[in-house]
Design a protein around this ligand. Sequence first.
Ligand SMILES: *[C@@H]1O[C@H](CO)[C@@H](O)[C@H](O)[C@H]1NC(C)=O
Ligand SMILES: *[C@@H]1O[C@H](CO)[C@@H](O)[C@H](O)[C@H]1NC(C)=O
Ligand SMILES: *[C@@H]1O[C@H](CO)[C@@H](O)[C@H](O)[C@H]1NC(C)=O
Ligand SMILES: *[C@@H]1O[C@H](CO)[C@@H](O)[C@H](O)[C@H]1NC(C)=O
Ligand SMILES: *[C@@H]1O[C@H](CO)[C@@H](O)[C@H](O)[C@H]1NC(C)=O
Ligand SMILES: *[C@@H]1O[C@H](CO)[C@@H](O)[C@H](O)[C@H]1NC(C)=O
Ligand SMILES: CC(=O)N[C@H]1CO[C@H](CO)[C@@H](O)[C@@H]1O
Length: 695
Amino acid sequence: CFSTTNFVEKSHPDLLNEAWVWNVFDLYFLFVYFCPALYLCRDFRYKRFAERLAQLEEAEGAFDYFTLSYRSFGIQRRSDNGLVLREWAPGAEAVFLTGDFNSWEKQSHPFTQKEYGKWELYLSPKVDKSPAIKHLTKLKLVVLTKTGEYLFRISPWAKYVTKTLDAITYDWTHWDPPQPYQFQHPRPPRPSSLRIYEAHVGISSPEEKIASYRNFTRDVLPRIKDLGYNCVQLMAIMEHAYYASFGYQVTNFFAASSRFGTPDDLKHLVDTAHSMGITVLLDMVHSHASSNTEDGLNYFDGTDSCFFHGGSRGNHSLWGSRLFNYSSWEVVRFLLSNLRWWMEEYHFDGFRFDAVTSMLYHHHGIGTSFSGNYSEYFGIHVDEDALVYLMLANHILHKLYPQCITVAEDVSGMPGLCRSIEEGGLGFDYRLTMAVPDKWIQVLKEVRDEDWDLKNIVQTLTNRRRGEASITYAESHDQALVGDKSLAFWLMDKEMYTNMSALTAMTPVIDRGIQLHKLIRLLTHSLGGEGYLNFMGNEFGHPEWLDFPRKGNNESYHYARRQFNLVDIEHLRYRQLYAFDRDMNLTEDKYGWLAAGQAAVTTLNQADKVIVFERSNLLFIFNFHPCNSYIDYRVAVEHAGKYKIKLNSDELQYGGHGRLVQDTEFFTEPMPFNGRAQSFLVMPTHVSLNKQMCS
Ligand SMILES: *[C@@H]1O[C@H](CO)[C@@H](O)[C@H](O)[C@H]1NC(C)=O
Ligand SMILES: *[C@@H]1O[C@H](CO)[C@@H](O)[C@H](O)[C@H]1NC(C)=O
Ligand SMILES: *[C@@H]1O[C@H](CO)[C@@H](O)[C@H](O)[C@H]1NC(C)=O
Ligand SMILES: *[C@@H]1O[C@H](CO)[C@@H](O)[C@H](O)[C@H]1NC(C)=O
Ligand SMILES: *[C@@H]1O[C@H](CO)[C@@H](O)[C@H](O)[C@H]1NC(C)=O
Ligand SMILES: *[C@@H]1O[C@H](CO)[C@@H](O)[C@H](O)[C@H]1NC(C)=O
Ligand SMILES: CC(=O)N[C@H]1CO[C@H](CO)[C@@H](O)[C@@H]1O
């Protein structure tokens, strides 16, 4: 999300550092022991969830039916080509349908009022038995308000909205193609190690214009495959009238953005990804909605409380957007059906829920910092309705699609976020470690290399809630946004324009940048979580930052693109970073450290700037010292035997110095060291060590 800078994540208190596993007994014990009220809170949450679920089951048959409401709302074509239209507009005095089909006659097609604020209209087939409204017909709802105003609206259930170049707002375009898209490929199995490529279709080309779903399918999916990522997370798919909102001010929740092509083009993209074994996640924005009225959801029925909270509670003061009323039955129907829609219609494999912190708390995280004190997560400042909504969403998704993956963007560190609902959790599979990228930016911005506090860095990477899975990243789209810049640019800045050639010797700036870029990413990948995420382009050290066309930059696309052309130029060093990123993923794919429990750090030497840890039968050794190389450095291991180098950032092909002999074999000795029974000396056979780096 684009406004997380207001949130501060501090390290969590001691409780979390103990290796306790979250289970019902621990919960009970902890809460009863430390604070009975918290235990009651957790219990209360589960009860509220169970009640809500029971209500859905009872009132609407079963949640399966309730959450498929996109099959009864909006426009439905029956088998005889009769059209049934249904809307929820409790504040309306009357509702009409208008469009090309009735020459934009405002009142010729009135809806009939039904119970609970619902409206219905039936359009019989034409004489030739074809439907009354053709594929690609432009439509509008006309809502007559209680105050006698006529409002032109797009159906909240619209599947396709389009805009002509000179128009100001979007049009509702009826989507009912004669040949519906047929998916060819099944969903791939759920990966045990999630390596996510976070991508935005529109900016996915070097050209200074908007790239399409087709461009992405043809040009970017093969790169993702080649890089060894097994998951792509698509941003900005749900239609957003304002391009520069990066997809976070959604106007039409059921429409795939037409800026990038047709719904079928997106289906083809997902299908093609599946054919490559790539899982596809959708960046899901259910935390708020655009405040647009004519082409958004705001004031749909002429009141401020349809879909959203009425009054000031319905406004997000920082984002200028509208906040959903999660206690409303029809809002829950709309949002849960929205999740089903993207699963069923587009075959997405799961969701990354945006701005979960803003949903969970009445204060939306604004001006609040989280220290880890449990009173911050339980109490009257928690929006229990939003919390129960998220539990319902996770329950339904996991019940209906056992392979579905849900990821929460939460900066607060809500306990139990990624524990099962039965245990009193919220039921997400992963959370994003939002403190990690902030730490890297802070280190690169503020700390001299020789002063890096490795203990603090390791703590940031490892201090997470045990028993709850995390997706970690050195940088995501948040860090790339204008005002900040990519890690590569923090490291190498302006020399990236002139000194990235691999044909000349590295300058000290480029040398440092290339080496640290690799180390930062590998350390984050191997120590930081149970999944890893990279933002499109950063795998090869994308320079600069992202800025979408807007008034303030003269509508320029110069920074709204990804310069894949850089990595395609044979003699530039971007290739070396790309190769390392690729081999990092391939090594993970082979050894599966992400799926292998947390690492045990055996050496954390602040003076030597060395970190050593084991994970998944692998030994990781990092030297962050800006000047020193070491000969005969003792490292501890658990398992006796022979060790070989599998991935070496110092290889020449990765822009390294080639100081290690790749096929060296290391034999353990039964010499206890740093808490392990075995150890050995790491001894590069090439002793042309680069000692002069600091001189
Ligand atoms: C998308 O692909 C088309 C067809 O090859 C090409 O003409 C167009 O320039 C591409 N657009 C972008 C933004 O790369
Ligand atoms: C939210 O919806 C509920 C149920 O429809 C309603 O009772 C309540 O007044 C709404 N809250 C606000 C602030 O609009
Ligand atoms: C909510 O925000 C809109 C514009 O952003 C404003 O017109 C409206 O008065 C606000 N409502 C309240 C109750 O603050
Ligand atoms: C946690 O917050 C509560 C309520 O604000 C306070 O009484 C308590 O002292 C805090 N505990 C810690 C460890 O800071
Ligand atoms: C770095 O780029 C500058 C400007 O083009 C050039 O003068 C200098 O020789 C380059 N340095 C190296 C080592 O290539
Ligand atoms: C936008 O264009 C105008 C007129 O060409 C120019 O004066 C202004 O500096 C430009 N602004 C930016 C941010 O480039
Ligand atoms: C998703 C993906 O490309 N995975 C590949 C990772 O690397 C291994 C080893 O080369 C391949 O077998 C996988 O297909």
